[in-house]
Design a binder for this molecule. Structure first.
Ligand SMILES: Cc1cc2nc3c(=O)[nH]c(=O)nc-3n(C[C@H](O)[C@H](O)[C@H](O)COP(=O)(O)O)c2cc1C
Length: 139
């Protein structure tokens, strides 16, 4: 069954931008083998990731990712069956986001920006909304 999984986590202070490059590289390689796609948003303090693919592969990957020392306190925001993928063309696309940057704010309405901040602090939005908000960064 095709599904999507979203989570937020705290980026370790020891996790450098080079570490993130490495994460993205290995993700592209591994995810291709399992037909997993998705995106990874990151700031200095947080990660927000969407992974999509076969349910059993997502659960196995999430179990592995949770143990990764480059972040902590993963909170699953949603795990839902879907008919189609939001990010079919990316094995794993990474994008850095800075809440204080003007160009960041201009990408979304005040309401969307507030919703995004709530999502980053682990507060509930439906999985569908989380997917929609993440998509704003990739249009
Ligand atoms: C925030 C974050 C997101 C990650 N996303 C993925 C991913 O989508 N796919 C993946 O294979 N590894 C991902 N990783 C890396 C895994 O935790 C792990 O280091 C990597 O898959 C290598 O595992 P292996 O040694 O079993 O091959 C992520 C790590 C972090 C910290």
């Amino acid at each position: 069954m095709l599904a999507q999984l979203f989570y937020v986590s705290k980026r370790s202070p020891k996790c450098s931008d080079e570490d993130i490059e490495k994460i993205l590289q290995i993700s592209v390689e591994n995810n291709a083998k399992k037909n997993i796609t998705g995106v990874l948003l990151y700031s200095k303090e947080k990660f927000l990731q969407c992974i999509e693919g076969e349910l059993s592969h997502l659960l196995a990957l999430y179990d592995k990712i949770k143990l990764d020392k480059r972040h902590s306190e993963a909170i699953m925001l949603g795990l839902v069956p879907v008919k189609e993928r939001n990010f079919p063309s990316w094995q794993m696309a990474g994008k850095s986001v800075d809440l204080n940057k003007v160009d960041f704010k201009s990408q979304m309405s005040a309401a969307e920006s507030e919703e995004f901040e709530n999502i980053l602090s682990g507060k509930a939005s439906s999985a569908e909304r989380v997917g929609k908000i993440i998509q704003l960064f990739f249009r």
